[in-house]
Design a protein around this ligand. Structure first.
Ligand SMILES: [Zn+2]
Length: 74
């Protein structure tokens, strides 16, 4: 389980803004930068190079991401 206090402390490494935790996709999202940081084994990976880039609609919070589309794992 993610610790709520830990989550509240986390900010985007790019813009220092607040992140939104997407429990379903295990991602911490910065809608300002359009980046989704993965949470692996309950550990947030706060690295821009590990983050998934959201598409335009997702960035605006309109659409839910489709599974397997981004394919961020190299
Ligand atoms: Zn940001």
């Amino acid at each position: 389980m993610m610790d709520k206090e830990l989550l509240a402390m986390l900010v985007c490494p790019q813009c220092q803004g607040k992140l939104k935790y997407d429990r379903e996709h295990a991602e911490l999202k910065c809608h300002f930068d359009g980046l989704a940081f993965p949470v692996r084994d309950d550990i947030p990976v706060m690295l821009a190079e590990e983050a998934r880039v959201m598409d335009a609609d997702e960035k605006l919070g309109k659409a839910t991401p489709k599974r397997g589309e981004a394919g961020g794992q190299a």
